[in-house]
Ligand binder design. Sequence first.
Ligand code: FAD
Length: 489
Amino acid sequence: MSDASTLRPLRASSVTEWDQQADVVVAGYGIAGVCAAIEAARAGADVLILERTGGWGGAAAMAGGFIYLGGGTPLQQALGFEDTPENMETFLLAALGPGVDKAKIADYARGSVEHYNWLVANGVPFREAFWGEPGWEPPHDEGLMYSGGENAAPFNAIAKPAPRGHVPQMADKKIGRKSGGYMLMKPLAETAESLGVRVEYDLRLGRLIVDDDDRVVGVIAKRYGKEVAIRADRGLVLATGSFAYHQQMIEGYAPRLIGRPAAAIEEHDGIGIRVAQALGAELAHMDATEVAFFGDPQLVARGILVNGRGQRFIAEDTYPGRIGQATLIQQENQAFLVIDEASYEAGLATETSTPFFRQPPTWAAETVAELEADMGLPTLALQATVDCYNLHAADGKDPLLGKKPEWVRPLQGSLAAFDMRGFTAGFTLGGLRTDLDSRVLHVSGEPIPGLFAAGRCTSGLCAGGYVSGASLGDGSFYGRRAGVAAAKN
Ligand SMILES: Cc1cc2nc3c(=O)[nH]c(=O)nc-3n(C[C@H](O)[C@H](O)[C@H](O)COP(=O)(O)OP(=O)(O)OC[C@H]3O[C@@H](n4cnc5c(N)ncnc54)[C@H](O)[C@@H]3O)c2cc1C
Protein backbone atom coordinates (compact mmCIF):
# COMPACT_ATOMS: atom_id res chain seq x y z
CA MET A 1 0.00 0.00 0.00
CA SER A 2 1.34 3.42 -0.90
CA ASP A 3 2.26 5.90 1.78
CA ALA A 4 -0.08 8.92 1.55
CA SER A 5 2.62 11.35 2.65
CA THR A 6 4.63 10.73 -0.55
CA LEU A 7 1.79 11.27 -2.99
CA ARG A 8 2.17 15.00 -3.63
CA PRO A 9 3.90 15.78 -6.91
CA LEU A 10 7.52 16.84 -6.81
CA ARG A 11 8.79 19.94 -8.64
CA ALA A 12 11.21 19.12 -11.45
CA SER A 13 13.41 21.98 -10.24
CA SER A 14 14.21 19.96 -7.14
CA VAL A 15 15.43 16.93 -9.11
CA THR A 16 19.21 17.13 -9.16
CA GLU A 17 19.83 14.10 -11.32
CA TRP A 18 17.64 12.03 -13.65
CA ASP A 19 18.40 8.31 -13.47
CA GLN A 20 16.51 7.37 -16.63
CA GLN A 21 14.78 9.09 -19.50
CA ALA A 22 12.35 8.21 -22.32
CA ASP A 23 9.93 10.00 -24.63
CA VAL A 24 7.02 8.07 -23.18
CA VAL A 25 7.04 6.39 -19.78
CA VAL A 26 4.35 3.79 -19.07
CA ALA A 27 3.68 2.76 -15.45
CA GLY A 28 2.34 -0.81 -15.33
CA TYR A 29 2.92 -3.71 -17.71
CA GLY A 30 -0.55 -5.21 -17.85
CA ILE A 31 -3.05 -4.90 -20.66
CA ALA A 32 -3.38 -1.11 -20.78
CA GLY A 33 0.37 -0.63 -20.40
CA VAL A 34 1.40 -3.04 -23.13
CA CYS A 35 -1.04 -1.55 -25.63
CA ALA A 36 0.08 1.98 -24.80
CA ALA A 37 3.71 0.96 -25.22
CA ILE A 38 3.15 -0.69 -28.62
CA GLU A 39 1.30 2.28 -30.08
CA ALA A 40 3.70 4.86 -28.64
CA ALA A 41 6.65 2.94 -30.10
CA ARG A 42 4.92 2.66 -33.48
CA ALA A 43 4.32 6.40 -33.39
CA GLY A 44 8.06 6.85 -33.15
CA ALA A 45 8.58 7.34 -29.44
CA ASP A 46 11.31 5.85 -27.31
CA VAL A 47 9.28 3.98 -24.67
CA LEU A 48 10.14 2.80 -21.17
CA ILE A 49 7.76 0.63 -19.10
CA LEU A 50 8.07 0.59 -15.31
CA GLU A 51 6.63 -2.55 -13.73
CA ARG A 52 6.37 -3.07 -10.00
CA THR A 53 6.60 -6.88 -10.14
CA GLY A 54 9.22 -9.11 -11.72
CA GLY A 55 7.36 -9.80 -14.98
CA TRP A 56 4.76 -8.63 -17.45
CA GLY A 57 1.11 -9.54 -17.21
CA GLY A 58 -0.66 -8.02 -14.22
CA ALA A 59 -4.22 -9.18 -13.66
CA ALA A 60 -4.60 -9.45 -17.43
CA ALA A 61 -2.33 -12.48 -17.71
CA MET A 62 -4.43 -14.33 -15.09
CA ALA A 63 -7.72 -13.31 -16.64
CA GLY A 64 -10.25 -15.50 -18.37
CA GLY A 65 -9.41 -13.37 -21.33
CA PHE A 66 -12.77 -12.05 -22.50
CA ILE A 67 -12.34 -8.96 -24.60
CA TYR A 68 -15.66 -7.30 -25.26
CA LEU A 69 -15.76 -6.66 -29.00
CA GLY A 70 -18.50 -6.48 -31.57
CA GLY A 71 -20.15 -4.51 -34.30
CA GLY A 72 -19.45 -7.30 -36.78
CA THR A 73 -15.96 -8.62 -36.03
CA PRO A 74 -14.59 -11.23 -38.43
CA LEU A 75 -15.02 -13.82 -35.65
CA GLN A 76 -18.67 -12.92 -35.15
CA GLN A 77 -19.21 -13.06 -38.90
CA ALA A 78 -17.39 -16.35 -39.35
CA LEU A 79 -19.61 -17.89 -36.68
CA GLY A 80 -22.80 -16.54 -38.25
CA PHE A 81 -23.67 -13.76 -35.79
CA GLU A 82 -24.92 -10.45 -37.13
CA ASP A 83 -23.98 -7.31 -35.27
CA THR A 84 -23.48 -3.61 -35.99
CA PRO A 85 -21.75 -0.83 -34.06
CA GLU A 86 -25.16 0.79 -33.46
CA ASN A 87 -26.59 -2.45 -32.07
CA MET A 88 -23.59 -2.88 -29.81
CA GLU A 89 -23.89 0.72 -28.63
CA THR A 90 -27.61 0.29 -27.84
CA PHE A 91 -26.82 -2.77 -25.72
CA LEU A 92 -23.91 -1.16 -23.89
CA LEU A 93 -25.89 1.97 -23.08
CA ALA A 94 -28.59 -0.21 -21.51
CA ALA A 95 -26.30 -2.68 -19.75
CA LEU A 96 -23.47 -0.56 -18.36
CA GLY A 97 -25.34 2.34 -16.80
CA PRO A 98 -26.70 4.36 -15.29
CA GLY A 99 -24.46 7.34 -15.95
CA VAL A 100 -22.19 5.91 -18.67
CA ASP A 101 -19.80 8.09 -20.66
CA LYS A 102 -21.88 8.05 -23.86
CA ALA A 103 -19.09 9.40 -26.04
CA LYS A 104 -16.78 6.59 -24.90
CA ILE A 105 -19.39 3.92 -25.58
CA ALA A 106 -20.10 5.24 -29.08
CA ASP A 107 -16.38 5.55 -29.78
CA TYR A 108 -15.67 2.05 -28.51
CA ALA A 109 -18.52 0.45 -30.47
CA ARG A 110 -17.38 2.15 -33.67
CA GLY A 111 -13.75 1.22 -33.17
CA SER A 112 -14.37 -2.34 -32.09
CA VAL A 113 -13.88 -4.19 -35.40
CA GLU A 114 -10.64 -2.29 -36.05
CA HIS A 115 -9.49 -3.14 -32.53
CA TYR A 116 -10.18 -6.85 -33.10
CA ASN A 117 -8.16 -6.70 -36.32
CA TRP A 118 -5.35 -4.91 -34.49
CA LEU A 119 -5.21 -7.60 -31.81
CA VAL A 120 -5.08 -10.35 -34.45
CA ALA A 121 -2.41 -8.48 -36.41
CA ASN A 122 -0.36 -8.34 -33.20
CA GLY A 123 -0.52 -12.09 -32.74
CA VAL A 124 -3.56 -12.65 -30.49
CA PRO A 125 -5.17 -15.95 -31.60
CA PHE A 126 -8.93 -16.54 -31.64
CA ARG A 127 -10.38 -19.93 -32.51
CA GLU A 128 -13.48 -19.93 -34.72
CA ALA A 129 -15.76 -21.74 -32.30
CA PHE A 130 -18.76 -20.62 -30.25
CA TRP A 131 -19.63 -21.76 -26.73
CA GLY A 132 -23.38 -21.37 -26.17
CA GLU A 133 -23.89 -22.89 -22.73
CA PRO A 134 -24.49 -20.88 -19.54
CA GLY A 135 -21.10 -20.27 -17.94
CA TRP A 136 -18.46 -17.87 -16.76
CA GLU A 137 -16.17 -18.64 -19.67
CA PRO A 138 -15.81 -21.42 -22.23
CA PRO A 139 -14.36 -24.57 -20.65
CA HIS A 140 -12.08 -25.11 -23.67
CA ASP A 141 -10.52 -22.81 -26.24
CA GLU A 142 -13.69 -21.63 -27.98
CA GLY A 143 -13.26 -18.03 -29.12
CA LEU A 144 -16.73 -16.53 -28.73
CA MET A 145 -19.44 -16.50 -26.06
CA TYR A 146 -22.26 -14.36 -24.72
CA SER A 147 -20.64 -12.47 -21.85
CA GLY A 148 -23.09 -9.80 -20.74
CA GLY A 149 -26.64 -11.10 -20.82
CA GLU A 150 -27.18 -9.93 -24.41
CA ASN A 151 -29.48 -12.91 -25.09
CA ALA A 152 -31.38 -12.70 -21.80
CA ALA A 153 -34.04 -10.43 -20.31
CA PRO A 154 -34.26 -7.49 -20.32
CA PHE A 155 -31.60 -6.84 -22.99
CA ASN A 156 -32.83 -9.33 -25.59
CA ALA A 157 -35.82 -7.02 -26.05
CA ILE A 158 -33.67 -3.86 -26.27
CA ALA A 159 -30.98 -4.84 -28.80
CA LYS A 160 -30.51 -7.74 -31.21
CA PRO A 161 -28.59 -10.37 -29.20
CA ALA A 162 -25.02 -10.91 -30.38
CA PRO A 163 -22.20 -12.66 -28.50
CA ARG A 164 -19.27 -10.28 -27.97
CA GLY A 165 -17.05 -12.06 -25.47
CA HIS A 166 -13.95 -12.75 -27.60
CA VAL A 167 -11.51 -15.14 -25.90
CA PRO A 168 -7.90 -15.68 -27.05
CA GLN A 169 -7.15 -19.33 -27.71
CA MET A 170 -5.54 -21.11 -24.78
CA ALA A 171 -5.59 -24.87 -25.11
CA ASP A 172 -4.35 -25.85 -21.66
CA LYS A 173 -6.32 -23.54 -19.39
CA LYS A 174 -5.84 -23.12 -15.68
CA ILE A 175 -8.84 -21.01 -14.80
CA GLY A 176 -8.02 -18.09 -12.49
CA ARG A 177 -4.30 -18.53 -13.10
CA LYS A 178 -3.55 -18.87 -16.79
CA SER A 179 -6.40 -18.64 -19.24
CA GLY A 180 -7.16 -16.62 -22.36
CA GLY A 181 -5.71 -13.51 -20.71
CA TYR A 182 -2.26 -15.05 -20.83
CA MET A 183 -2.60 -15.57 -24.57
CA LEU A 184 -3.68 -11.97 -24.88
CA MET A 185 -0.67 -10.62 -23.00
CA LYS A 186 2.04 -12.91 -24.37
CA PRO A 187 1.93 -11.89 -28.05
CA LEU A 188 1.43 -8.25 -27.11
CA ALA A 189 4.44 -8.26 -24.77
CA GLU A 190 6.49 -9.92 -27.51
CA THR A 191 5.33 -7.28 -29.96
CA ALA A 192 6.26 -4.46 -27.58
CA GLU A 193 9.71 -5.87 -27.03
CA SER A 194 10.24 -6.44 -30.75
CA LEU A 195 9.53 -2.74 -31.24
CA GLY A 196 12.37 -1.86 -28.89
CA VAL A 197 10.26 -0.97 -25.87
CA ARG A 198 12.48 -1.00 -22.79
CA VAL A 199 11.23 -2.48 -19.50
CA GLU A 200 12.39 -1.94 -15.94
CA TYR A 201 11.02 -4.56 -13.56
CA ASP A 202 10.79 -4.31 -9.78
CA LEU A 203 10.39 -0.58 -10.16
CA ARG A 204 7.39 0.97 -8.47
CA LEU A 205 5.76 4.26 -9.38
CA GLY A 206 5.53 6.44 -6.25
CA ARG A 207 4.77 10.04 -7.22
CA LEU A 208 4.70 12.39 -10.20
CA ILE A 209 7.24 15.05 -11.14
CA VAL A 210 5.82 18.28 -12.58
CA ASP A 211 7.36 21.42 -14.04
CA ASP A 212 6.43 24.91 -12.90
CA ASP A 213 3.28 24.85 -15.09
CA ASP A 214 2.13 21.59 -13.48
CA ARG A 215 2.91 19.65 -16.62
CA VAL A 216 3.88 16.05 -15.82
CA VAL A 217 7.51 15.54 -16.83
CA GLY A 218 8.45 12.38 -14.98
CA VAL A 219 8.04 10.11 -11.99
CA ILE A 220 9.75 9.10 -8.83
CA ALA A 221 9.79 5.32 -8.61
CA LYS A 222 11.28 3.02 -6.01
CA ARG A 223 13.37 -0.09 -6.35
CA TYR A 224 13.97 -2.00 -3.12
CA GLY A 225 13.44 1.23 -1.18
CA LYS A 226 15.80 3.33 -3.32
CA GLU A 227 14.28 6.29 -5.17
CA VAL A 228 14.82 6.60 -8.92
CA ALA A 229 13.94 9.75 -10.93
CA ILE A 230 12.70 9.04 -14.46
CA ARG A 231 12.06 11.76 -17.03
CA ALA A 232 9.17 11.46 -19.48
CA ASP A 233 9.84 13.94 -22.25
CA ARG A 234 6.55 13.60 -24.09
CA GLY A 235 4.19 11.97 -21.66
CA LEU A 236 3.46 9.56 -18.83
CA VAL A 237 0.84 6.81 -19.14
CA LEU A 238 -0.68 5.51 -15.91
CA ALA A 239 -1.69 1.85 -16.30
CA THR A 240 -1.36 0.48 -12.77
CA GLY A 241 -4.79 -1.13 -12.35
CA SER A 242 -7.70 -0.75 -9.95
CA PHE A 243 -7.97 0.12 -6.23
CA ALA A 244 -9.49 -3.24 -5.24
CA TYR A 245 -6.64 -3.78 -2.74
CA HIS A 246 -6.50 -0.31 -1.18
CA GLN A 247 -8.44 -0.83 2.04
CA GLN A 248 -9.02 2.85 2.76
CA MET A 249 -10.21 3.62 -0.78
CA ILE A 250 -12.55 0.61 -0.73
CA GLU A 251 -14.00 1.76 2.57
CA GLY A 252 -14.42 5.28 1.24
CA TYR A 253 -15.70 4.64 -2.26
CA ALA A 254 -16.97 1.09 -2.72
CA PRO A 255 -17.72 -0.29 0.76
CA ARG A 256 -19.82 -3.20 -0.50
CA LEU A 257 -16.52 -4.76 -1.60
CA ILE A 258 -14.98 -4.65 1.88
CA GLY A 259 -13.43 -8.06 2.47
CA ARG A 260 -14.37 -9.37 -0.96
CA PRO A 261 -11.80 -8.39 -3.62
CA ALA A 262 -11.61 -10.77 -6.60
CA ALA A 263 -10.40 -10.85 -10.21
CA ALA A 264 -7.72 -8.36 -9.20
CA ILE A 265 -4.17 -8.57 -7.88
CA GLU A 266 -2.62 -7.11 -4.73
CA GLU A 267 -0.67 -4.65 -6.87
CA HIS A 268 -4.01 -2.97 -7.62
CA ASP A 269 -3.56 -0.53 -4.76
CA GLY A 270 -4.96 2.59 -6.43
CA ILE A 271 -1.60 4.30 -6.84
CA GLY A 272 -2.31 5.56 -10.38
CA ILE A 273 -5.51 7.19 -9.15
CA ARG A 274 -3.89 8.68 -6.04
CA VAL A 275 -0.92 10.32 -7.74
CA ALA A 276 -3.19 11.94 -10.33
CA GLN A 277 -5.68 13.01 -7.68
CA ALA A 278 -2.82 14.77 -5.94
CA LEU A 279 -2.51 16.85 -9.10
CA GLY A 280 -6.21 17.73 -9.27
CA ALA A 281 -7.50 14.88 -11.46
CA GLU A 282 -11.25 14.28 -11.73
CA LEU A 283 -12.66 10.90 -10.72
CA ALA A 284 -15.70 9.04 -12.03
CA HIS A 285 -17.92 6.20 -10.84
CA MET A 286 -15.77 5.27 -7.89
CA ASP A 287 -18.63 3.20 -6.43
CA ALA A 288 -18.98 1.01 -9.54
CA THR A 289 -17.91 -2.61 -9.14
CA GLU A 290 -17.79 -5.81 -11.11
CA VAL A 291 -19.31 -8.58 -8.98
CA ALA A 292 -18.75 -12.29 -9.45
CA PHE A 293 -21.36 -14.75 -8.15
CA PHE A 294 -19.95 -18.09 -7.07
CA GLY A 295 -22.68 -20.29 -8.43
CA ASP A 296 -22.42 -22.60 -11.41
CA PRO A 297 -24.47 -20.94 -14.18
CA GLN A 298 -25.47 -24.38 -15.49
CA LEU A 299 -27.29 -25.05 -12.20
CA VAL A 300 -28.50 -21.49 -11.64
CA ALA A 301 -30.21 -21.32 -15.06
CA ARG A 302 -32.08 -24.53 -14.28
CA GLY A 303 -33.37 -23.46 -10.87
CA ILE A 304 -34.80 -20.33 -9.29
CA LEU A 305 -32.79 -17.80 -7.35
CA VAL A 306 -34.58 -16.23 -4.41
CA ASN A 307 -33.57 -13.46 -2.03
CA GLY A 308 -33.65 -13.45 1.78
CA ARG A 309 -37.44 -13.10 1.64
CA GLY A 310 -37.92 -16.09 -0.67
CA GLN A 311 -38.70 -13.93 -3.73
CA ARG A 312 -37.19 -14.23 -7.20
CA PHE A 313 -35.32 -11.14 -8.31
CA ILE A 314 -33.57 -11.84 -11.64
CA ALA A 315 -33.87 -14.01 -14.74
CA GLU A 316 -31.61 -16.89 -13.77
CA ASP A 317 -30.35 -17.48 -17.32
CA THR A 318 -28.62 -14.10 -17.57
CA TYR A 319 -24.93 -13.20 -17.34
CA PRO A 320 -23.64 -14.38 -13.94
CA GLY A 321 -21.95 -11.02 -13.30
CA ARG A 322 -25.34 -9.35 -13.54
CA ILE A 323 -26.64 -11.85 -10.99
CA GLY A 324 -23.67 -10.97 -8.77
CA GLN A 325 -24.35 -7.24 -8.95
CA ALA A 326 -28.07 -7.71 -8.33
CA THR A 327 -27.38 -9.97 -5.34
CA LEU A 328 -24.78 -7.77 -3.69
CA ILE A 329 -26.17 -4.35 -4.50
CA GLN A 330 -29.94 -4.86 -4.53
CA GLN A 331 -30.49 -7.93 -2.32
CA GLU A 332 -28.08 -7.27 0.55
CA ASN A 333 -25.95 -10.20 -0.62
CA GLN A 334 -28.75 -12.69 0.16
CA ALA A 335 -29.44 -15.42 -2.37
CA PHE A 336 -30.64 -19.03 -2.31
CA LEU A 337 -30.75 -21.34 -5.30
CA VAL A 338 -33.75 -23.68 -5.30
CA ILE A 339 -33.76 -26.53 -7.79
CA ASP A 340 -35.55 -29.85 -8.20
CA GLU A 341 -33.74 -33.14 -8.37
CA ALA A 342 -34.28 -33.70 -12.10
CA SER A 343 -32.90 -30.29 -13.03
CA TYR A 344 -30.02 -30.67 -10.60
CA GLU A 345 -29.05 -33.98 -12.18
CA ALA A 346 -29.42 -32.48 -15.67
CA GLY A 347 -27.18 -29.55 -14.69
CA LEU A 348 -24.54 -31.84 -13.17
CA ALA A 349 -24.43 -33.82 -16.42
CA THR A 350 -23.29 -30.73 -18.36
CA GLU A 351 -19.83 -29.34 -18.86
CA THR A 352 -18.80 -26.31 -16.89
CA SER A 353 -15.73 -24.11 -16.70
CA THR A 354 -16.19 -23.78 -12.95
CA PRO A 355 -16.54 -27.29 -11.45
CA PHE A 356 -15.32 -25.85 -8.13
CA PHE A 357 -18.62 -23.91 -7.90
CA ARG A 358 -20.53 -27.23 -7.76
CA GLN A 359 -20.90 -27.68 -4.03
CA PRO A 360 -23.44 -30.07 -2.44
CA PRO A 361 -26.83 -28.52 -1.58
CA THR A 362 -27.34 -27.06 1.89
CA TRP A 363 -30.89 -28.45 2.31
CA ALA A 364 -32.96 -31.17 0.64
CA ALA A 365 -36.68 -31.80 1.14
CA GLU A 366 -39.67 -33.59 -0.34
CA THR A 367 -41.98 -30.55 -0.41
CA VAL A 368 -41.62 -26.79 -0.86
CA ALA A 369 -43.23 -26.25 2.56
CA GLU A 370 -40.65 -28.46 4.22
CA LEU A 371 -37.77 -26.80 2.35
CA GLU A 372 -39.07 -23.35 3.25
CA ALA A 373 -39.14 -24.28 6.94
CA ASP A 374 -35.64 -25.79 6.79
CA MET A 375 -34.34 -22.59 5.17
CA GLY A 376 -35.84 -20.53 7.99
CA LEU A 377 -38.22 -18.64 5.71
CA PRO A 378 -41.68 -17.55 6.91
CA THR A 379 -44.54 -19.85 5.93
CA LEU A 380 -45.67 -19.28 2.34
CA ALA A 381 -42.72 -17.01 1.43
CA LEU A 382 -41.12 -19.65 -0.79
CA GLN A 383 -44.32 -21.56 -1.49
CA ALA A 384 -45.95 -18.48 -3.05
CA THR A 385 -42.85 -17.92 -5.20
CA VAL A 386 -42.79 -21.52 -6.41
CA ASP A 387 -46.57 -21.57 -7.00
CA CYS A 388 -46.32 -18.46 -9.17
CA TYR A 389 -43.27 -19.74 -11.03
CA ASN A 390 -44.80 -23.19 -11.61
CA LEU A 391 -48.14 -21.79 -12.76
CA HIS A 392 -46.50 -19.97 -15.67
CA ALA A 393 -43.73 -22.49 -16.18
CA ALA A 394 -46.38 -25.07 -17.05
CA ASP A 395 -46.85 -22.98 -20.23
CA GLY A 396 -43.09 -22.54 -20.65
CA LYS A 397 -43.29 -18.88 -19.63
CA ASP A 398 -41.78 -16.54 -17.06
CA PRO A 399 -43.82 -13.34 -17.28
CA LEU A 400 -42.34 -12.03 -14.01
CA LEU A 401 -38.67 -11.87 -15.01
CA GLY A 402 -38.43 -13.11 -18.58
CA LYS A 403 -36.29 -16.22 -18.25
CA LYS A 404 -36.16 -17.83 -21.69
CA PRO A 405 -38.52 -20.78 -22.33
CA GLU A 406 -35.62 -23.20 -22.81
CA TRP A 407 -34.76 -22.86 -19.09
CA VAL A 408 -38.30 -22.65 -17.72
CA ARG A 409 -39.73 -25.87 -16.24
CA PRO A 410 -42.00 -26.33 -13.20
CA LEU A 411 -40.15 -27.35 -10.04
CA GLN A 412 -41.38 -30.86 -9.21
CA GLY A 413 -40.63 -33.73 -6.84
CA SER A 414 -37.73 -33.66 -4.41
CA LEU A 415 -36.09 -30.27 -4.01
CA ALA A 416 -32.76 -28.90 -2.90
CA ALA A 417 -31.63 -25.44 -1.91
CA PHE A 418 -28.16 -23.90 -1.82
CA ASP A 419 -27.35 -21.21 0.71
CA MET A 420 -25.56 -18.60 -1.43
CA ARG A 421 -25.61 -15.72 1.02
CA GLY A 422 -22.34 -13.81 0.73
CA PHE A 423 -21.31 -15.72 -2.40
CA THR A 424 -19.99 -12.62 -4.17
CA ALA A 425 -16.69 -10.82 -4.72
CA GLY A 426 -15.39 -8.34 -7.25
CA PHE A 427 -13.17 -5.51 -8.39
CA THR A 428 -13.55 -1.78 -8.75
CA LEU A 429 -14.48 -0.04 -11.99
CA GLY A 430 -14.14 3.62 -11.03
CA GLY A 431 -11.10 5.77 -11.52
CA LEU A 432 -9.64 8.72 -13.33
CA ARG A 433 -11.87 10.54 -15.78
CA THR A 434 -10.22 10.52 -19.19
CA ASP A 435 -11.20 11.74 -22.65
CA LEU A 436 -11.25 9.74 -25.89
CA ASP A 437 -7.50 10.30 -26.28
CA SER A 438 -6.94 8.92 -22.78
CA ARG A 439 -5.85 12.30 -21.48
CA VAL A 440 -6.40 12.57 -17.72
CA LEU A 441 -8.86 15.36 -17.02
CA HIS A 442 -8.43 17.90 -14.27
CA VAL A 443 -11.42 18.76 -12.06
CA SER A 444 -11.72 21.89 -14.22
CA GLY A 445 -12.39 19.68 -17.25
CA GLU A 446 -9.07 20.50 -18.96
CA PRO A 447 -6.55 17.75 -19.69
CA ILE A 448 -3.61 17.63 -17.29
CA PRO A 449 -0.60 18.29 -19.56
CA GLY A 450 1.67 15.30 -20.02
CA LEU A 451 -0.63 12.83 -18.22
CA PHE A 452 -2.48 9.91 -19.84
CA ALA A 453 -4.16 6.85 -18.35
CA ALA A 454 -6.00 3.66 -19.31
CA GLY A 455 -7.20 0.42 -17.79
CA ARG A 456 -8.75 0.00 -14.38
CA CYS A 457 -7.12 3.08 -12.88
CA THR A 458 -9.58 4.94 -15.11
CA SER A 459 -13.33 4.97 -15.38
CA GLY A 460 -13.87 3.26 -18.70
CA LEU A 461 -17.02 1.94 -20.32
CA CYS A 462 -18.76 0.80 -17.15
CA ALA A 463 -20.57 3.13 -14.80
CA GLY A 464 -22.83 0.72 -12.95
CA GLY A 465 -23.35 -2.47 -14.92
CA TYR A 466 -20.66 -4.78 -16.24
CA VAL A 467 -20.05 -7.22 -19.06
CA SER A 468 -17.19 -9.72 -19.09
CA GLY A 469 -14.54 -8.37 -21.39
CA ALA A 470 -15.12 -4.70 -20.62
CA SER A 471 -11.88 -4.41 -18.65
CA LEU A 472 -9.51 -6.06 -21.09
CA GLY A 473 -11.57 -4.34 -23.78
CA ASP A 474 -11.41 -0.73 -22.67
CA GLY A 475 -7.95 -1.25 -21.14
CA SER A 476 -6.50 -2.36 -24.48
CA PHE A 477 -8.53 0.08 -26.59
CA TYR A 478 -7.79 3.19 -24.54
CA GLY A 479 -4.30 1.95 -23.76
CA ARG A 480 -3.61 2.24 -27.49
CA ARG A 481 -5.09 5.74 -27.52
CA ALA A 482 -2.92 6.74 -24.59
CA GLY A 483 0.19 5.53 -26.36
CA VAL A 484 -0.60 7.42 -29.56
CA ALA A 485 -1.53 10.62 -27.73
CA ALA A 486 1.50 10.53 -25.44
CA ALA A 487 3.88 9.94 -28.36
CA LYS A 488 2.45 12.88 -30.28
CA ASN A 489 2.41 15.16 -27.28
C1 FAD B 1 -8.82 -14.37 -12.58
C2 FAD B 1 -9.19 -13.11 -13.33
C3 FAD B 1 -10.08 -13.21 -14.41
C4 FAD B 1 -10.43 -12.06 -15.13
N1 FAD B 1 -11.17 -12.19 -16.26
C5 FAD B 1 -11.38 -11.11 -17.06
C6 FAD B 1 -11.97 -11.24 -18.33
O1 FAD B 1 -12.25 -12.35 -18.81
N2 FAD B 1 -12.19 -10.11 -19.06
C7 FAD B 1 -11.88 -8.86 -18.59
O2 FAD B 1 -12.13 -7.87 -19.28
N3 FAD B 1 -11.28 -8.73 -17.39
C8 FAD B 1 -11.00 -9.81 -16.63
N4 FAD B 1 -10.34 -9.67 -15.45
C9 FAD B 1 -10.00 -8.32 -15.00
C10 FAD B 1 -8.85 -7.76 -15.83
O3 FAD B 1 -7.79 -8.69 -15.87
C11 FAD B 1 -8.32 -6.45 -15.24
O4 FAD B 1 -9.38 -5.61 -14.89
C12 FAD B 1 -7.41 -5.77 -16.26
O5 FAD B 1 -6.25 -6.56 -16.42
C13 FAD B 1 -7.06 -4.36 -15.85
O6 FAD B 1 -6.11 -3.86 -16.75
P1 FAD B 1 -4.97 -2.89 -16.22
O7 FAD B 1 -4.02 -2.70 -17.35
O8 FAD B 1 -5.61 -1.71 -15.62
O9 FAD B 1 -4.31 -3.69 -15.03
P2 FAD B 1 -3.32 -4.95 -15.07
O10 FAD B 1 -3.55 -5.74 -16.29
O11 FAD B 1 -3.41 -5.63 -13.76
O12 FAD B 1 -1.89 -4.26 -15.17
C14 FAD B 1 -1.46 -3.38 -14.16
C15 FAD B 1 0.03 -3.54 -13.96
O13 FAD B 1 0.52 -2.45 -13.20
C16 FAD B 1 1.48 -2.94 -12.29
N5 FAD B 1 1.61 -1.97 -11.20
C17 FAD B 1 0.77 -1.73 -10.16
N6 FAD B 1 1.25 -0.76 -9.38
C18 FAD B 1 2.42 -0.34 -9.95
C19 FAD B 1 3.37 0.65 -9.60
N7 FAD B 1 3.25 1.40 -8.49
N8 FAD B 1 4.45 0.82 -10.42
C20 FAD B 1 4.62 0.05 -11.53
N9 FAD B 1 3.75 -0.93 -11.89
C21 FAD B 1 2.65 -1.11 -11.10
C22 FAD B 1 0.91 -4.27 -11.85
O14 FAD B 1 1.90 -5.08 -11.26
C23 FAD B 1 0.40 -4.81 -13.20
O15 FAD B 1 1.40 -5.52 -13.88
C24 FAD B 1 -9.94 -10.79 -14.72
C25 FAD B 1 -9.04 -10.71 -13.67
C26 FAD B 1 -8.64 -11.86 -13.00
C27 FAD B 1 -7.60 -11.75 -11.91
